[in-house]
Design a protein around this ligand. Structure first.
Ligand code: UDP
Length: 425
């Protein structure tokens, strides 16, 4: 049985989702590990121990376990502050591996800081490395530039970009989640495309299944006859929730008849004592935008919802909007399609890969509240279109995005990488 390590640092795949730093990457690593275990790999998933109450080891199945390594204090530390702790993470990885006599045939790293860690491990252990970026510094830089210069700590982002370039050249294989990312890697990091495999993310079709809208609304305490527009995801500026709020304001302005019977639900972002400062600030900013544009009374901020309950929100909705300014992949559209909700998404990044315009959803230009308003109006009032998108979306996720199909493609990339690296076990 081939033993592999999935190396993460900031991302704990068992974390509560929807909080400041827990989203798509956590979901991806968790499901990939589980599906690879089913395909016959022995999978050890590593991350940093970021809480006093968490266990150092959690066994998920016979073949899949999660290992949390000490690196700094056992508490949440923002991912951009982890740099000085990475050498400790590396030595604890090596100590663990020695103690367990774990012989890996491949290391699969996730996100740039774990990519850097794994570059060191790769040369110490002489084991091939596969890397998945999940998000690219250069994409973030381009999205922020000209709009949020104040959040661009250029020194930090330049350092990240330099490391990402290094990983691109030194890892044995890059598993990229979209063709858009692959093009970015070629253009900005001079990637050798022979080493880049595109494998999208998957969706858990058992967790995300459609349920009756009436029952779903009862579960979440939402009004039965009204329309619900849903945003689900982390609450972060680049997710474009502000643009969605302006879009809903425009929708009500041009179609006042919809105002009294339509709600905007914003799901995600811890509230209250659990809230991280940057999330608290962003939620307050968004509430102010709602108030300034006269839709605060039609907007519900639910806070982060456990993923096992998220299908109630999807099934309750009449449309799910993903208004991101940039989005390397985007799990939320797949989950919405799986739950039979029409999707409206920004035409950027990995989103057009899953949201096939006019077939499985509708695309709108980035940062364009007017386009969101027009598209929402169509989806909320045109039953034929609504049904067409629902059918197309559900069909697409079933045939293309199950985790088993995705894990088989990743496993294929592993096999080829191991083969090329000399069949090292
Ligand atoms: N999510 C959740 N609860 C929330 C908000 C989001 O479980 O309150 C999950 C959601 O189901 C999805 C993930 O967080 O799987 C967000 O992933 P996506 O790729 O859309 O965005 P990212 O976090 O990677 O930017």
């Amino acid at each position: 049985m081939k033993r592999i390590a999935l190396v993460n640092v900031h991302c704990d795949p068992l974390e509560q989702l929807g909080s400041a730093e827990a989203g798509g990457q956590n979901v991806y690593v968790y499901h990939l590990a589980k599906a690879l275990g089913k395909l016959g790999f022995q999978v050890d998933v590593f991350c940093r121990l970021n809480s006093r109450s968490k266990k150092e080891r959690v066994r998920l199945t016979k073949h899949v376990q999660f290992i949390r390594l000490k690196a700094g204090h056992r508490q949440f530390i923002p991912k951009n502050k982890l740099g000085p702790l990475l050498p400790e993470f590396i030595s604890n990885f090596l100590a663990w591996q020695k103690q367990e006599k774990a012989e890996y045939c491949l290391l699969h790293s996730h996100y740039w800081e774990a990519g850097w860690v794994t570059l060191q491990l790769k040369s110490i252990l002489n084991v091939p490395q596969v890397h998945t970026f999940h998000s690219l510094g250069i994409m973030r830089y381009n999205a922020l530039k000209g709009f949020r210069e104040q959040s661009l700590d250029t020194k930090e982002i330049k350092h990240r970009i330099a490391i990402e370039r290094d990983i691109t050249h030194k890892a044995n294989c890059i598993v990229s989640t979209s063709t858009y990312e692959r093009e970015y890697l070629e253009k900005h990091y001079a990637a050798n495309l022979d080493h880049v495999r595109v494998v999208p993310c998957g969706v858990d079709l058992i967790r995300f299944k459609p349920i009756d809208r009436h029952d779903a609304r009862k579960k979440i305490g939402a009004p039965d006859g009204d329309k619900i527009i849903l945003y689900a995801g982390r609450v972060e500026w680049r997710k474009g929730i502000g643009t969605l709020i302006l879009g809903v304001h425009k929708l009500f302005k041009h179609h006042p008849e919809l105002r009294g019977k339509t709600w905007l639900y914003i799901v995600g972002g811890n509230l209250g004592r659990k809230a991280e400062p940057e999330v608290r600030e962003e939620i307050q900013r968004l509430k102010n935008v709602c108030r300034d544009y006269g839709i605060r009374d039609r907007t519900v901020f639910t806070g982060a919802v456990q993923q096992e309950k998220l299908h109630y929100y999807y099934s309750a909705a009449n449309a799910c909007v993903i208004p991101s300014y940039y989005e390397p992949f985007g799990m939320v559209p797949l989950e919405a399609m799986a739950c039979k909700v029409p999707v409206i998404a920004s035409d950027t990044g990995g989103l057009p890969y899953t949201v096939r315009d006019g077939k499985s959803g509708l695309l709108v230009p980035v940062r364009n509240p007017g386009a969101i308003a027009n598209t929402l109006e169509k989806v909320l009032t045109n039953r034929e279109l609504d049904e067409k998108l629902i059918r197309g979306g559900r069909e697409l996720v079933k045939t293309t995005f199950s985790w088993r199909i995705i894990a088989e493609q990743v496993a294929h990339a592993y096999e080829r990488t191991i083969e090329k690296a000399g069949g090292k076990k």
